[in-house]
Design a protein around this ligand. Structure first.
Ligand code: ZN
Length: 195
């Protein structure tokens, strides 16, 4: 009995070690991708009160973290309403909080957004000369990660962006056909996707 127990214990320890290595390799890949897209360095790691993972350029305040939780809560509610069950834990999500590349939109309203390469949006109404401004953007489908900009006020906007970017990730994990139909806004369509 004794040797058998220690054997099981060792193999469990081995599995745990391999798993944590895999997770951190994945985490490093996603972090590198977020830094490539935004040109920012995410030196702050944090967690929301409900357990979502945060990487930020500067330490987010409690109101910002709560706004992210509220957006995820709305996302999970509407996802369940649509019969989706997968990837509905706060800890399934990583949110990168990047430096805003603009504070106001063309109408002069407060709108902290991120400039990214135009890619498939080149030549569309969004194209601002090789780049576009986005409120948020999915960085990785699995693990689920997206980027938003730092906000000093209008934190309801943060909750909306979190819910909206999260829609792509919920669909990726629960309804791949609908995900493919709605992932690329240059072909039309916007948010909310889920009602
Ligand atoms: Zn979208």
């Amino acid at each position: 009995m004794r040797p058998r127990f220690s054997q099981i214990f060792l193999s469990l320890a081995f599995v745990a070690a391999v798993f944590s290595l895999t997770v951190s390799a994945q985490g490093r890949r996603v972090l590198a991708e977020a830094q490539r897209i935004t040109g920012d360095r995410f030196t702050i790691a944090a967690r929301t009160p409900r357990g979502a993972n945060i990487y930020a350029v500067s330490r987010p305040g409690p109101a910002m973290l709560t706004a992210i939780d509220n957006g995820l809560a709305d996302l999970f509610t509407v996802a369940r309403k649509n019969g989706y069950r997968r990837n509905l834990h706060y800890s399934d999500y990583t949110v990168f909080i990047a430096r805003a590349d603009r504070q106001t939109n063309a109408d002069g309203n407060y709108s902290p957004d991120i400039a990214i390469g135009a890619a498939q949006y080149a030549g569309t109404e969004y194209d601002k000369g090789g780049y576009i401004y986005v409120a948020g953007m999915v960085i990785s489908n699995s693990p689920a990660a997206f980027v938003i900009a730092e906000h000093k006020r209008d934190l309801n906007r943060v909750s909306d962006i979190v819910r909206f970017e999260g829609e792509h990730l919920v669909l990726y994990h629960n309804d791949r056909r609908r995900y493919n139909q709605t992932a690329d806004h240059s072909k039309g369509g916007g948010h909310p996707i889920l009602q």
